[in-house]
Write a protein that binds this ligand. Structure first.
Ligand code: FDA
Length: 583
């Protein structure tokens, strides 16, 4: 008989959600085990676009450089093409992921980290390796079967898939990061809204060097409008770069209400040749699979000591590239709270704020991604393509956009509008950076969610309103330049103030010690920890110089004060005991 296995947190799944949870927990010194069903990490590229908020998390976890080393960089991501095939007619381009010169500044200003493109096959090993190196026990080929929970913890039954041997793992908490068909979410009966399988898609991965067709218009996405591309799928046909410019993934739709297509090598090759528009292309097919587009989210993410994260609680098409990003962000929200409760500096009710904060995000990303997929309909409308058009009719309609006729002019104008709408999929900076939390772990001052008055989805509005992400600005001294995010460490609360607010900083030491809460202070000003190099902090902080901005370990603002309080120790004590559920 084996020994009982005991840990603080058991994580089920080693995808972006599970691996990020393990890495965060190990970084915070929390004992954890990951069990994951397969022999290794993701075996197909799947998610790839890694947005700035996620890159900030990777920066915080000390793996940003490793991710960048394996990623296609920001400047090669953005010349997104719409065409009749890769070698065929180009319908138009849109600069994406903040690469338009008029948008690039917004992205540069918002974060110390730019976005990049790293396929899931490359990202997961980085997350898992670092988690394991920092303490995670990673058990591959190990399947979660069931669990029970009691007042002190969770007992999970797992099976070693090599030997068939079953055993129990005892943990204080369980994180179900087991993907869209989550067994953990089903076992705790999480409530869901929306539905699964709203459209059919197939993925085809292949190798073919097509540098001569794409390298001059570098992008991670090439969208193809041709016969068949208005059926199912994620809007239209997609040729997606996996590695520039010889490794690719095609997403092509099928009618989910009909018979699933019979895919074999020959059929896959034909689809590749059609979308590339190169009839005699040398192509090596490396895989194919069918999958359903989902539009479903959980309205509550936890039950007792069990939490779900990632696709287990938000299922949606890849549009906007939010899948893996949101999964990492879920785990980052949860990990510090588990650490705080396990180490005794927060009350257990802090854990309830995970659902309060992340369930609205789950709904938002599912709605946004599905809307983006549907908005491709504008292209078919602009071109005058009806669902039952024949191939020839479709080709004629597409060709008409070049006609010197009123109809041609109308199509050109309509196409311009359809293209404009795709900013909501490809330049949705407000969606990516503007997550805002309302919960008992945020001491609101009544300020509403900050939104940019140009367009809240396209533009991110930095703010120190409690619940918002800490604004990034560069600060430092004659020797160093640091982001405000670099100064707000992952393992503690951080209070930012100015020289006239020194009394806040003095109070931090006393309150932290008395409450046993890890908290540090950063005084920004000449001769202090850092100086406001560009005077950007003064513009960003939205409080007076003697005010305070208190930031949580996950870089969201917990509380702020406009001016110095008469009794900073009492004020801070009150705030911290409130947001940490210790009252
Ligand atoms: P994920 O599904 O990645 O991981 C689940 C983990 O749980 C796996 O490690 C699995 O082994 C494990 N597991 C499951 N059941 C278990 C059990 N009973 N016991 C133990 N372990 C178990 N997104 C995007 O943004 N762009 C894209 O192009 C694509 N493309 C794409 C293609 C395909 C075919 C799929 C299926 C998905 C995508 N996605 C995507 C979505 C993206 O991959 C997805 O959002 C993230 O992988 C979600 O990460 P999770 O960690 O939540 O689940």
């Amino acid at each position: 008989t084996g020994r009982a296995v005991d840990t603080e947190v058991l994580v089920v799944g080693s995808g972006p959600a599970g691996a990020a949870a393990a890495l965060s927990l190990s970084t915070l010194g929390v004992d954890n085990i990951v069990v994951t069903k397969y022999r290794w990490t993701a075996n197909t590229p799947r998610a790839h676009i890694t947005n700035q908020r996620t890159m900030e998390i990777f920066r915080d976890l000390g793996i940003e450089d490793q991710v960048l080393a394996e990623a296609t960089p920001h400047h090669q991501m953005g010349d997104t093409v719409f065409c009749t095939s890769i070698a065929g007619d180009e319908i138009g381009r849109i600069r994406t992921w903040g690469t338009h010169p008029a948008r690039h500044g917004d992205y540069e200003l918002a974060s110390p980290s730019l976005n990049c493109d790293i396929p899931q096959t490359h990202l997961e090993p980085i997350l898992v390796a670092n988690a394991t190196a920092r303490g995670t026990h990673t058990r591959f080929s190990t399947e979660y079967l069931s669990h029970t929970q009691d007042a002190e913890g969770v007992t999970a039954r797992v099976r070693d898939r090599l030997t068939g041997h079953e055993h129990d793992i005892r943990a204080r908490y369980l994180i179900g990061a087991d993907g869209a068909r989550s067994k953990v979410a089903a076992d705790i009966g999480l409530p869901h809204e929306g539905r699964m399988d709203v459209a059919g898609s197939m993925n085809i991965t292949f190798n073919a060097d097509i540098s001569d067709l794409v390298a001059h218009r570098p992008s991670v996405l090439y969208w193809v409008i041709q016969p068949g591309s208005n059926i199912g799928g994620i809007g239209t046909g997609l040729v997606r770069m996996v590695r520039p410019w010889d490794e690719w993934l095609i997403v092509w739709g099928y009618d989910i209400d009909g018979e699933p297509p019979d895919l074999d090598d020959a059929a896959a090759e034909q689809i590749v040749r059609n979308l590339l528009g190169v009839p005699d292309l040398e192509v090596e097919i490396t895989g194919y699979s069918l999958w359903g587009n989902n539009e479903q989210w959980a309205t509550h993410l936890q039950s007792g000591r069990v939490f779900c994260a990632g696709d287990a609680v938000h299922k949606h098409p890849p549009s906007n590239g939010l899948g893996s990003n949101t999964s990492v962000q879920d785990s980052y929200n949860l990990a510090w709270k588990l650490a705080a409760v396990l180490r005794g500096w927060a009350g257990p009710d802090l854990l309830e704020t995970y659902s309060a904060e992340r369930a609205p995000v789950a709904e938002q990303v599912v709605r946004r991604a599905n809307r983006s997929a549907r908005e491709f309909g504008q292209f078919f409308d602009a071109l005058g393509i009806a669902p039952d058009d024949t191939e020839q009719q479709m080709r004629d309609e597409i060709a008409e956009r070049g006609a010197a006729t009123p109809e041609g002019a109308k199509k050109r104008e309509a196409l311009r509008h359809a293209m404009e709408l795709k900013n909501y999929e490809f330049n949705a900076h407000g969606v990516e950076m503007g997550q805002f939390y309302t919960s008992t772990a945020i001491a609101s001052d009544g300020s509403p969610r900050p939104v940019d008055d140009r367009d809240p989805e396209l533009y991110y509005a930095p703010s120190t309103a409690p619940g918002a992400r800490l604004p990034h600005v560069w600060v430092g001294d004659s020797a160093r330049r640091l982001s405000t995010h670099d100064l707000a460490r992952a393992d503690r609360f951080t209070l930012f103030t100015g020289i006239s607010g020194q009394a806040w900083a003095d109070a931090v030491g006393e309150v932290g010690e008395r409450l046993g809460v890890p908290i540090g202070a950063v005084v920004i000003g000449p001769g202090r920890a850092v100086t406001d190099l560009y005077f950007d902090w003064a513009r960003a902080r939205e409080v007076e110089e003697d005010g305070a901005v208190l930031v949580r370990p996950d870089k969201h603002v917990a509380w702020r004060a406009d001016r110095l309080a008469t009794d900073p120790v009492a004020t801070l004590t009150d705030v911290l005991t409130g947001i940490l559920s210790r009252k």
